[in-house]
Design a protein around this ligand. Structure first.
Ligand SMILES: [Zn+2]
Length: 95
């Protein structure tokens, strides 16, 4: 009898906690930079995976070595040196 009552109290407290957490936690929209070459999202290995604005996602990508070439964004794996132009170019896609 006592054990059943303790169990009921525990369940009621747990349900109240879940209701409380639902009030203080909300779903939000976040942004990631995505490579136009391979489609991989830019995410720090042990850090942020999304940012609050598109601009901050772009800045994080550039700080991680990503490049904008002809209005497209590329990860370091998808660019190569363009010796003719002395700059970088997107790698040819392998089919
Ligand atoms: Zn890529």
């Amino acid at each position: 009898m006592l054990l059943a009552q303790l169990n009921n109290n525990y369940i009621q407290k747990k349900q109240k906690l879940i209701q409380f957490l639902r009030k203080m936690i909300q779903k939000v929209t976040m942004y990631q930079a995505v490579c136009d070459g391979c489609g991989r999202p830019c995410a720090e290995p042990y850090g942020f995976t999304a940012w609050a604005t598109p601009e901050s996602a772009s800045i994080a990508a550039w700080e991680s070595g990503w490049m904008t070439i002809n209005h497209e964004l590329y990860c370091p794996d998808c660019v190569e040196v363009d010796e003719e132009m002395d700059s970088y170019k997107p790698k040819e896609k392998k089919q």
